[in-house]
Design a protein around this ligand. Structure first.
Ligand code: BT5
Length: 276
């Protein structure tokens, strides 16, 4: 099994042109997003080319959105962050979420044969034992220039590749791994290189103005279903039926009175209506 993620192996297996060509591996770290962000804010980041990737086998303080954590046993997962300097208009930040989600989904399908989906706004999910289960998550953080362009973005991805059933984190939305869903381990190296190839392809196209929205929306779960959208720690903001998403990834929900709401990702979470 090709599973070492050390630079020698990665550089040999990578098929990308620019993404991951500057690649760093650390056995353990607080959070890969925090390292790239800190380098950026204290000026060291200027030497980090767009497309720099930092990957680790273990995070002591892996983060989700807001104050949430991302947990993964050592050596079981793909945990990495990409530094990007898009220069795109700030409202296209959501395109990057879509590109991350698509790259992971396409690579997982290619490597495992599993059919994969996304849960708005940033979860990679699959259907296992008749339930939607989360196997990956995306955390985007960045800075916007005075002109309103995306100056830099750190795109962090966590993917549960070979976590055995007994070691999955206990979470309110059920967690799974590709090992559990597929019944066999996957090469993290092959999956990682495939993700970077798909990412590069989508990113280059987006840079030419081609939106990833249609491909992303095709993979969204809960379309046309009734859902609850909430802000963390607060009550339900909107209850209603998902009728679509717009080109910037905002959710369009029709409430019971017929009014249409546009919900930006921000700190919002989504759950099916029945789980109240
Ligand atoms: C996410 O946030 O799903 C984004 C996760 C991003 C992790 C990567 S790893 C590399 C990079 N460095 C970092 O520090 N982070 C990024 P969110 O939508 O807020 O979901 C977080 C929630 O997912 C938690 O509150 C848990 O309920 C659940 N969770 C935690 N670990 C999980 C896991 N391994 N699998 C499935 N669900 C998990």
């Amino acid at each position: 099994m090709r599973d070492s993620l050390k630079p020698e192996e990665v550089q040999q297996a990578l098929k990308t042109t620019w993404l991951g060509r500057a690649y760093r591996y650390v056995a353990a770290v607080g959070s890969t997003n925090d390292v790239l962000k800190a380098e950026e804010s204290n000026g060291d980041g200027a030497s980090n080319a767009a497309g720099t990737v930092l990957l680790t086998d273990y995070q002591e303080r892996g983060r989700g959105r807001l104050a949430r954590s991302w947990e993964a046993p050592p050596g079981s997962s793909l945990l990495f962050s990409i530094l990007l300097r898009p220069g795109w208009p700030a409202e296209r930040l959501s395109w990057l979420t879509m590109i991350c989600g698509l790259a992971v989904s396409e690579a997982v399908e290619q490597q495992s044969g599993l059919k994969t989906y996304m849960k708005w706004p940033n979860d990679n999910v699959l259907e296992h034992e008749n339930k939607w289960q989360k196997y990956g998550g995306i955390l985007l953080e960045g800075g916007i220039s005075k002109q309103g362009a995306l100056d830099y973005v750190v795109a962090g991805m966590g993917i549960n590749v070979n976590i055995p059933a007994g070691e999955l984190p206990r979470t309110s939305f059920p967690a799974t791994s590709l090992l559990v869903a597929n019944g066999r381990p996957l090469s993290r190296l092959d999956l990682f290189c495939a993700i970077l190839s798909h990412f590069e392809e989508h990113y280059d196209r987006a840079g030419q103005g081609v939106s990833p929205h249609a491909a992303w929306q095709e993979r969204l779960i809960y379309m046309n279903e009734r859902v609850l959208v909430s802000r963390l720690g607060q009550g339900v903001d909107v209850a209603g039926q998902i009728i679509g998403t717009d080109t910037f990834g905002q959710l369009q929900i029709r409430d019971d009175g017929g009014a249409i709401h546009h919900i930006a990702a921000g700190d919002m979470t989504l759950r099916p209506y029945l789980e109240q």
